[in-house]
Design a protein around this ligand. Structure first.
Ligand code: UN1
Length: 477
């Protein structure tokens, strides 16, 4: 098998490779990917630094053309890249193709944004003086991405970074280098000058740490665990560096007595279990009022019985495997914790065997949970959901907000009054009414509050906030 190499200063380099394993079938090696060393990472940073002056002054047509070409190629290859994504991460093929399409849309959006760069011209407080407010690129951006969205998250960080004139050192998650390698290859062939985008695959302890320790990164954008996010923050403060963090969630979905039962069950099943529950936007706390509680639990349990867990590439599969053995252990440990805490295991909870060796886990539903239990407070990141019974809307809202996190929150209701009140009073960055808490658009801001996020929003035109720095210029003519 040929080794997929790192891209440093416009050259493919590296020989020591690591296997990318399919979680649906651990006998299937998706590919072999080079592992960057400390020295490689330093060279990548130096290359990005050297490329910055020219790229930061490059024309908008050049940036537009490269981003546009990248979008076109990703879209044209959506079947192949969707399969690669499903093979390396384990989400089902339809979700894999959907995510690849989303990546193409993101590159398309930022191709357009390159043509819309603008500033403001204002009169000064002092007559005869003009003020211009412009956005300039930040510099070298470090991009660190997680395994659960192997193409969409790299796209929504790389596309705006390049659009606004920054250069990049990109470290994808170790578990899923395949899609990252593919988009870097596409961008490289689309004509990016040498050093503008550098790919350094490898472990966080080597590649990530070298990035954190570098005085030459002007910004780091990170999506991943809360623990690592805090390390990114601490190291960035040390270096006076801008940072943007997207971390965990413990997202609530409130279901009120007046909800349309079918809508509520679909939204809960989708955001709790699809993509194997491995989304920071997943709903893991279903907060349900008394009048609908039993009907809702019955209908959701019936729905779970129809969900087929299996190999991500089989057409009959609804939910693929857990990403790896470590994550599976975390999920099953939390299932044990939930049982010990006194929640009722209403569905699932067991590993399942399929024809191929993989990390298959049944969708798991706890009922009679409380909001104080660890399964309701800590992010599990698997197909494990708890139902918490409440008396009324007020109690539901208070409980929805009673969490260290604040990424997304949902409500299922037919009441305009409660929907409106919830949108206004939820302490989450994103609020969904009669919709899953996961599965977001590509052209609007994404991000949360409290321990879920730090720094400016990602995506859409709000992305400019992180990837640029504002300059205020005064002129007396
Ligand atoms: C989505 O729900 O469509 O890591 C996106 C995550 C998020 C992305 C969720 N940053 O799960």
């Amino acid at each position: 098998m040929t080794i997929r190499q790192n891209l440093i200063a416009g050259e493919w380099v590296g020989s020591n490779g690591s296997e990318n394993i399919n979680p649906s079938d651990t006998k299937d090696v998706v590919g072999i990917y080079a592992q960057a060393t400390t020295d490689d990472t330093r060279q990548a940073i130096a290359a990005a630094k050297a490329a910055f002056p020219a790229w930061s002054r490059s024309g908008i047509l050049e940036r537009h053309a490269i981003l546009r070409k990248t979008s076109d190629e990703i879209l044209a290859r959506k079947q192949e890249l969707g399969e690669l994504l499903s093979r390396e991460e384990g989400k089902i093929l339809a979700e894999g193709i959907g995510e690849v399409t989303r990546a193409a849309q993101i590159f398309d959006f930022f191709a357009g944004e390159a043509l819309r760069l603008a500033g403001e011209v204002l009169p000064s407080a002092r007559p005869g003086i003009g003020v211009e407010i412009t956005r300039e690129p930040l510099g070298v951006i470090g991009i660190i991405t997680p395994w659960n969205f192997p193409i969409a998250i790299p796209a929504w960080k790389i596309a705006p970074a390049l659009c606004y004139g920054n250069t990049v050192v990109f470290k994808p998650a170790e578990l899923v280098p395949g899609c990252s390698w593919a988009i870097v290859d596409i961008l490289h062939r689309a004509g990016l000058p040498k050093g503008v985008l550098n790919l350094v695959m490898g472990p966080g302890s080597v590649v990530g740490q070298t990035m954190l320790d570098s005085p030459d990164l002007a910004g780091i954008t990170f999506t991943g665990s809360t623990g690592t996010g805090k390390r990114v923050a601490a190291a960035s403060i040390e270096h006076n560096r801008k940072f943007q963090l997207e971390m965990g969630g413990k997202n609530p979905m409130v279901v009120l007595d007046d909800a349309d039962l079918k809508v509520a069950v679909e939204a809960a099943a989708n955001s709790g279990f699809f993509s194997t529950g491995q989304r920071c936007t997943a709903s893991s706390r279903l907060i349900v009022t008394e009048g609908i509680h039993d009907r809702f639990v019955d209908a959701l349990t019936e729905k779970l019985k129809t969900i087929q867990v299996g190999h991500a590439l089989k057409p009959e599969t609804h939910v693929g495997p857990v990403v790896d053995a470590r994550q599976l252990k975390q999920d099953t440990d939390y299932i044990d914790i939930g049982v010990k805490e006194g929640a009722k295991l209403a569905f699932g909870g067991e590993r399942v065997e399929r024809d191929t060796p993989g990390f298959f886990l049944q969708p798991t539903l706890f009922t009679e949970a409380t909001n104080a239990m660890r399964i309701s407070r800590e992010e599990i990141f698997g197909p494990v959901v708890s139902v918490i019974r409440v008396k009324n809307y007020d109690e539901a809202l208070a409980m929805a907000n009673d969490t260290p996190f604040g990424l997304s929150a949902g409500i299922a209701t037919t009441s305009l009054k409660y929907a409106t009140h919830f949108k206004r009073n939820s302490e989450a960055g994103m609020v969904m009414v009669n919709l899953p808490t996961a599965g977001v658009d590509f052209h609007v801001p994404f991000g949360g509050r409290k321990a879920s996020s730090f720094g400016p929003r990602e995506q859409g035109k709000y992305a400019a906030e992180f990837f640029t720095v504002v300059k205020t210029a005064y002129t007396q003519a």
